[in-house]
Write a protein that binds this ligand. Structure first.
Ligand code: UP5
Ligand code: MG
Length: 196
């Protein structure tokens, strides 16, 4: 059985991680956050790319896909080796730009099916405020005004075009993510129930 993938996209702080956690509690999915994997790699002792990841994240720039795809593949393979039944993946925060998409297609085309894109649509203002609020104790190096401005710019110029591209293929399921966690999840649930 090939891994079945849902890409989870949306601006910084749109609620991707929060909603993925709720999906995992209610549906048979494994959650892989590309950002979490990169942060883990950044703090891994002996990592050759830790410093590079660190500077990209602070700058709100998108890490070269070779790094991200390697981490994603490793995580997927590890899970599938442990349990053959686990092949539904939520890939959160990826692909964010053309380079990401090309890297995915190069390595994963034919090896995994991208079923659809779950898009958390949220205004920049709400996104920024959520991240600033979280930044009071998240310890994330990019939850500050300066990094957030860059993250939003990167999102608008690099990630939105990817979402638009998938949209033209009829692959995007959009949720208004500016509402409460429960309201957003009610829509997410409906989408996942419809998609089967
Ligand atoms: N919150 C969530 N939902 C809420 C709601 N409905 N109402 C009120 N509050 C809500 O939520 C953010 C905050 O908002 C939390 O405090 C939450 O409680 C609250 P969260 O669920 O964490 O949102 P999420 O969309 O996951 O936000 P995150 O900050 O993780 O988004 P980003 O996309 O910015 O971060 P990510 O970790 O994906 O990437 C970070 C960086 O890594 C990128 O900027 C980039 O530099 C790098 N990166 C790559 O280079 N390549 C990749 O493929 C992935 C990442
Ligand atoms: Mg997240």
């Amino acid at each position: 059985m090939k891994p079945q993938v849902v890409f989870v996209l949306g601006g910084p702080g749109a609620g991707k991680g929060t909603q993925c956690a709720k999906i995992v509690q209610n549906f048979n999915y494994i959650h892989l956050s590309a950002g979490d994997l990169l942060r883990e790699e950044r703090s891994r002792e002996g990592s050759e790319v830790g410093q590079l990841i660190d500077s990209y994240i602070k700058d709100g720039k998108i890490v070269p896909v070779e790094i991200t795809i390697k981490l994603l593949k490793q995580a997927m393979e590890k899970i599938m080796q442990q349990d053959q039944e686990k092949y539904n993946f939520l890939i959160d925060g990826f692909p964010r730009n053309k380079d990401n998409l090309q890297g995915w297609e190069k390595d994963m085309e034919g090896k995994a099916d991208v079923r659809f894109i779950l898009f958390f649509d949220c205004s920049n203002e709400v996104c920024v405020n959520r991240c600033l609020e979280r930044g009071k104790n998240s310890g994330r190096t990019d939850d500050n005004r300066e990094s957030l401005e860059k993250r939003i710019q990167t999102y608008l110029t690099s990630t939105r075009p990817i979402i638009n591209q998938y949209s033209k293929q009829g692959k995007v399921r959009t949720v208004d993510a500016s509402r409460s966690v429960e309201e957003v999840f009610a829509d997410v649930k409906r989408i996942l129930e419809t998609e089967g």
